[in-house]
Design a binder for this molecule. Structure first.
Ligand code: NAD
Length: 352
């Protein structure tokens, strides 16, 4: 299997393969770039069909983390790890400890955290073997509430701040009376709905499961919408908070909103969707900038000298960063996702 000729290889600094027969572990760590600091990125456990599929994923995701951390003003680089296997069937504490030894073998160049298929208990097992495991300490909450290690509250608050800044830039309005349609009433979507309701927005919500939707109707007076109707609504804002590729060839022609701002990763089915949104006069908040609250949270939880206020200030900064992206996008006549990529590259290359 070739790494240096791989289509997703982008001058990654370090790609390591690890096998522990006794523990049943086959894993890969990719460190994309450490110019700004040690690489941080979650560990994903997934039943990849083969190691080639796992390599593709880890190369792509680790690069994404370099861009996300750079735009979140973090002194961190980008990395990611993947474990090949079904988390519901193959996971054992011994395997997690072996993963901890793998992370440790990079000597602090890479810090791991939670991702799909990996829970806090798994990180705790890894932490028995390495001190380079993030997401096991819960110290701060942006709102002063008790911290429990779940980054979703910080992610949702960051998305709220970013959405507010985007609406302000696009329309000059506050959120009072602004209509927002949220796709996905999960950990982030529900909390975002709460912030928006408190700020006076009118909500339309959907999910493929009824519980979250019913709760939002009950608690925030939201209007329930069928999943297939969400993108065509005549609302001011669409907030994708479910899976990736929400903005695709099918949904794009339906859009009537002026703003796309939500938590989901990889919202654009293709990068060119950015130009198409711009042509339609829709302001798009680049996903990895607006949803960086989770990684910001993990960063602060590791610092003994941080505080609830410092975490909140850092999350508030997401709005400032987005406005800088929009101003440059207007100045240069370029799509916001392209401008975000350029700004991230300027930041991490400047330190190289
Ligand atoms: P979640 O699984 O708790 O919520 C996602 C919700 O979307 C679920 O309720 C699911 O039923 C619903 N859903 C799935 N497909 C749908 C569809 N077609 N139409 C309507 N609803 C649908 O996940 P989450 O933690 O709330 O994260 C939401 C998104 O934000 C994900 O894309 C995630 O990768 C991204 N994100 C999350 C965090 C975090 O801190 N949790 C951080 C950064 C990015």
């Amino acid at each position: 299997m070739s790494v240096f000729d791989h289509s997703e290889f982008d001058n990654h600094e370090h790609v390591a393969f690890y096998h522990d027969k006794e523990a049943g572990l086959s894993a890969i760590i990719a460190v994309h770039n450490t110019n700004l600091g040690p690489a941080l990125g979650g560990c994903r456990m997934w039943p990849y069909i083969n190691s080639s599929e796992a390599l593709t994923d880890v190369l792509r995701l680790s690069k994404g983390m370099t861009y996300k951390s750079a735009m979140a003003n973090l002194e961190l680089g980008g990395g990611k790890s993947v474990i090949i296997g079904d988390p519901r069937k193959a996971k054992t504490p011994e395997m997690m400890r072996a993963m901890g030894r793998f992370v440790d073998s990079l000597g602090g160049k890479y810090f791991t955290a939670e991702d799909s298929g990996i829970a806090v208990t798994d990180l705790q097992a890894m932490a028995k073997e390495s001190s380079y495991i993030a997401g096991v300490n819960a110290r701060y909450h942006y709102n002063g509430e008790e911290a429990d290690g779940n980054p979703a509250p910080s992610t949702a608050y960051g998305v709220f701040v970013g959405l507010r800044a985007t609406v302000e830039y696009a329309t000059g309005r506050s959120l009072e009376g602004v209509s927002v349609a949220i796709q996905g009433m999960g950990h982030v979507g529900y909390r975002l709905a709460k912030h928006l309701h408190n700020a006076g927005a009118t909500l339309y919500v959907t999910d493929i499961y009824p519980e979250g939707v019913e709760r939002a109707v009950r608690e925030f007076g939201a209007t329930a919408v069928a999943p297939e109707d969400i993108f065509g609504l005549d609302v001011d804002v669409i907030a994708p908070c479910a899976l990736g590729a929400a903005i695709n060839d099918e949904s794009l022609p339906m859009l009537k909103a002026k703003v796309i701002a939500g938590a989901a990763n990889n919202q654009l089915a293709r990068e060119e969707m950015g130009e198409l949104l711009r042509e339609k006069g829709i302001l798009y908040a680049p996903d990895y900038v607006i949803n960086a609250g989770g990684v910001i949270d993990i960063f602060h939880q590791r610092m003994e000298s941080s505080s609830n206020e410092a975490l909140r200030d850092h999350l508030d900064n997401i709005g400032t960063t987005l406005k800088a992206i929009y101003a440059r996008s207007d100045e240069e006549g370029k799509a916001t996702n392209r401008v975000a990529n350029t700004m991230a590259e300027e930041r991490f290359n400047a330190k190289g």
